[in-house]
Design a protein around this ligand. Structure first.
Ligand code: MG
Length: 396
């Protein structure tokens, strides 16, 4: 019995293995690195669920959304001349062998990856690509290319009715995370891909802020702040680690004449952890920034010498960012004088000042609410009284 089972097992496993390897590009067992403590699936695991199919937004709707904003850097705009912004990846001093045809940049199989001469890091990136209309091959062998940012591949693949391992489908973070949905159009049609890319931030070999990738495919969310572990790879588990600070955009030659068009990016401002102001700042950095803002507002206030009310409001605004006794004193003096002057005016004389008085009233209310002036601040009560007496507090 025992030996029969063994023979039977060997027989089955051999035939399964042959079948599985024949369908290698759709995924099979014993292919990618095995599960570990953080990843329940193998790399390219055939047991990983397939994303659900979702109808993409109509191309007509995507056209307007895909237009490059004014500050975008155009990497490929549809002309032959745009190729000058690209070069061979292997030999960066040489032009790419990819071609421009009908306004599209097309991969010439076996010519190698193409890369931009421009280098950048965190960005919003827009790319449109189309798999060949003539369907050839299957799984990973059909319309394969890739969008590489600092070594992280967002997969380009004809995933329209073309099963493969889930973490290798179009818009997967290749070998790491499948797309949330499959919103692919049929081969031959252009897919509209929008990516936001934040690289992880390391200090002294320690990750102080993870990196993320968000991807929309034809308007449908495909990656939702998927954490970047490190550069992606084939069959191998991603090694956790930092990425380069900046680098070129690379497009993959995987043997298929995939076409690209409308490629542009916008650099993102520096994250707080890199000395910028994107994201929460440390207490020290916050204090420094507030001081800087207050100084700038006070400088502006100094220029408003011919308009005492505007000057007072600007000075008061600076207190919101930084306490300053001298400024508080000036605000108090001006506010008292202002309220006293208003009290001298008749209802008719006040009427033309309605907007200004209400503006001062709102400012004093805000300052008292947030304890920048005492709750019983005299001018606040005076101005409020006038607003009420004039009936300016009533909603029309
Ligand atoms: Mg690829």
């Amino acid at each position: 019995m025992k030996s029969f089972r063994a023979i039977s097992f060997v027989g089955v496993s051999l035939s399964s293995a042959v079948a599985a390897f024949a369908a290698g590009s759709t995924g099979h067992a014993f292919y990618g690195d095995p599960p570990d403590d953080c990843h329940p699936w193998c790399v390219h695991d055939q047991n990983r669920p397939q994303p659900r199919v979702v109808a993409p937004l109509p191309a007509s709707e995507m056209e307007t959304k895909a237009k490059a904003p004014a500050d975008a850097v155009i990497l490929f705009g549809g002309t032959e001349a745009c190729l000058s912004k690209w070069c061979s990846d292997k030999k960066p001093n040489e032009p790419t062998k990819w071609i421009v045809k009908d306004g599209n940049m097309e991969c010439v199989p076996k010519s190698g990856y193409v890369r931009t001469k421009e280098e950048f890091g965190d960005c919003q990136l827009h790319v449109e690509w189309a798999a060949p209309s003539k369907v050839e091959g299957d799984g990973q062998g059909r319309g394969n290319s890739g969008i590489f940012l600092l070594g992280v591949e967002i997969q380009v693949l004809d995933s329209y009715k073309n099963p493969t391992y889930a973490d290798g489908m179009a818009c997967s973070m290749y070998g790491v995370n499948p797309p949330l949905a499959n919103a692919l159009r049929p081969p031959g049609e252009f897919q509209y891909i929008d990516i936001t890319f934040h690289k992880p931030i390391y200090k002294d070999d320690e990750c102080v802020q993870p990196g993320w990738v968000t991807v929309y495919c034809n308007g449908v969310l495909a990656q939702d702040r998927t954490q970047i572990e490190g550069p992606t790879g084939h069959r191998a588990r991603t090694k956790v680690g930092p990425l380069a600070d900046k680098g070129p955009l690379k497009l993959q030659d995987h043997g298929s004449p995939v076409r690209f068009r409308n490629i542009w990016y916008r650099p993102l401002p520096a994250a707080a952890a890199k000395g910028g102001v994107r994201g929460p700042l440390s207490a020290k950095a916050t204090a420094a920034k507030r001081k800087e803002l207050a100084a700038s507002i006070r400088k502006d206030a100094a220029k408003k010498g011919d308009n005492a009310v505007e000057q007072m409001l600007r000075r008061a605004e600076s207190l919101v960012y930084e306490k300053d006794d001298a400024t508080s004193k000036k605000v108090e003096q001006t506010a008292c004088a202002y309220a006293a002057s208003l009290k001298q005016l008749s209802s008719g004389q006040l009427e033309p000042k309605k907007d200004e008085v209400k503006k001062v009233g709102d400012a004093l209310k805000y300052l008292a609410k947030w304890n920048f002036v005492p709750a019983d601040f005299g001018p606040k009560a005076d101005v409020e009284k006038i607003i009420k007496a004039q009936g300016w507090d009533k909603k029309k």
